[in-house]
Each structure stands twice: as C-alpha cells, then as structure tokens.
Design a binder for this molecule. Sequence first.
Ligand code: SF4
Length: 420
Amino acid sequence: METYGCQMNKADSASIRGLLIERGFTDAEDITKADVVIINTCVVREHAENRVYARLGYFRHIKERINPALKVVLTGCLTRFNRAKLEEEYEIDLIADVYSQAELADCIANDSYATQSLYRTTNYKFKPSELDPDNPIRAYVSITHGCDNWCSYCIVPAVRGTMISRPADDIIDEVKRLCDLGVKEITLLGQNVNSYGTDIGGMKFVDLLERIDKTTSGQWIRFMTSHPKDFSKTLADAVIDLQSLCGHVHLPLQSGSNRILSLMGRSYSREDYLEKIGYLRSRKPDFPLSTDIIVGFADETDAEYEETASMLRTIRFEDAYLYHYSERKGSRAAEKGLPCDEATGRERLAKIIALQRSLSADSLSQCIGTTMSVLIESKARDGGMIGRSRENRMVVVPEGKIGDIVTVTAKEIKGHTLIA
Ligand code: SF4
C-alpha cells in the first residue's frame, strides 16, 4: 500500500489495510511478489499528482517484466479529480473513490476487479480506525469527510465532496473501543473538524468534545484541522477546560492581509483571527499554536506579505507549515485566472521560513526549566526515549517505556527537540 498526502489519507489507508486483513490478506514483503498494490493518492499539489502518474508507469513496468499477476488499484483524491484521464490513459485494474473502501476490499477479495470504477454518491459509512502496528498507542478517528468551504486555492471540496459528519454515537463507540485497546492518544480528523455537525443538526463540535471527554480516562485528545471562522470562544474554553484535550491548537491563518484573505475566500479577517487568539491567550497566556501560511498568493504585494510576517511576530506561533502559492487546476483561483508569480512566492517563502525558524527557536527556549507531560512513542536516536508533550513539542526523555506518560523538566534544546 502506498499512501500520499495528509493524515486523512493515512487514516483511510489504515482502514483499507484493516478491511483486507479481515479478508485474509497480509502485507507483501516485496512488490515483485505482491498480488495487489493499492495507491492512495493526493492532489493538493501538482507534484503529488505527478508522482502518482510516475508510480503508475513504474507498476506497469513491473507487470510487464516481473510480476504479470500484479493488480493495480487506485484510490484517494485523484480518482475524483482526473477520472477520465485515469480511465482512458492508464492500465488500472480498479479505481475506487475515497468513499468506496469496503467495495474496494470486496472486489480485491473476490478477485472481481471491476470493469467499471467505484464511485459512491450517497450513504457513506465511516470505517473503524485501524492501529498502526508500529505505533499502536496513537489512533486517528475521522469525524468528518469532505469540505464545504471552497477556499479559492484548494481543490479538496471538488475531490472529497461536500462535508459529511459521522454520527456522534458512532464516534463515541469508536473512542471507547480504542481506549479499551490501550490507545493513549486519539486525534479527531477532518478537513474542517470544527464545522462538525452543521450538516446533521443538533450536535456541535464542542458538544462532541464534551462527550468524548466523559468517555476517556486519561487518554489525550487532539484534533485537526480547524477553520478560524468556526473557532468560537466556547471551543477555546473547551480546549482549555476539558481534561482530555491537549493544550495545543493548529489554526491555519494562510495570510495576514485582509485583501488576500478575501481573495482566498477564507471568511475571516486579520482582526477576527487576532480576536480569537486574544481570547485564547487571555485564558492561558502562553497557549501554544501552530498554523499554515501561503505567501505570494495572486498579486500579493510586498506590503501584504509584511502583514503576514507581522502576524507571525505578533502571535508567535510555535510552528508553521509554510508554502508559496502555486496554481491548482480545478481550483476557483485558477478558474478566475488569479495571477501566480512563483518566483516572487519562492523569495517570500525563504524569508518567512527564516523568520519562523527564529520564532520557533525562541518559543522552545522559553520551555527550558518548565515541567511537562510526555507520551513516549519510540526510542530516541542518541539514547533515551522520545515522544510528544501535551503541547505537541518533541521531547527526549532519559527513560521509560513506549506508551508511558512521564512528567519531565526540559533542560536544553537540540534542533527542534527539547531534551529533558
Ligand atoms: S477549509 Fe479550505 S483549505 Fe481546508 S480543505 Fe476546505 S477548502 Fe481546502
């Protein structure tokens, strides 16, 4: 199984793997001996899409020269983005969209590779989470699929469809099951988790978090990704007050310029964002945050770039995923013909990476001498064990077992890691 892209795709791959294990399959050691290869695709960036086409060429070569029995199955976001091209130009034994995991597993198990592709339009059923055998203390639970926000640079709504919320009882049963299996940390997943429930009425994301908090006993809960327009004061209160919730939020800002935010279709202003963070930090002054930023969007000016840089300095994010804008075919920005100057975007990206590095180093240095809880997840390379704190910081601790939650004091920093 090859997986590209985000954590949602990784969770989907784990579910497909679980469905196949239930049907008697095991992981192949080597592609030359495999019966089937499943490629779970991503199209958020053109690079990820092109990589899949290259892999399809590679697997065709394997089929022709080495393993003629090999079946090639394609799933993930590319299946809805470029269906005609996939069906006409590539030799794929089965194409199944992100909503057809069970049917995909049945086709493979029955050796009935479809003459038609599998595309589901209604009645999507969320699959049980599968634990990663290499890291069984951590689990991912999808609570929504799809997105209705249509940010102008993004094609997720086009490829994953409208947002579907998973029924709350189903999520609670899943959380209980994972806790019983000994999982220590659960991340709730969705393109826009804090819109949860708007399509089914009744329950809001905060209500769901409260129910989950009552279900857990000592497990840590994280969620991603949140949209600033739906990040309410009630949610900020829940993040701080509910015991199971880890003290860290990832809240994509994208730009500090109101004109660019409006062109991006983000539905909030710089002032709205600052107000939300202001409330969170009024309750907990050092509350750690991370974000996503796109520089060089459309005809962003130097002054508008500076507005983004000033937001980084003001908010002091601990971490940021930083990109320069590149046009995505099928997005609203591309349809509208918004300009894309990649050379300027690259220059600004280099500048903002340097800025964020110094801010991240500064934030980490404030942690020296502080005490934190760390969930140990593996052996550290240079001795000791490594894990993440509740605040999502990587920490090396002197000793402990995988799955232990230990309380330590940070003594020094090595790269992006605290050493206790
Ligand atoms: S919120 Fe915007 S960026 Fe995120 S998946 Fe939806 S459309 Fe894309």
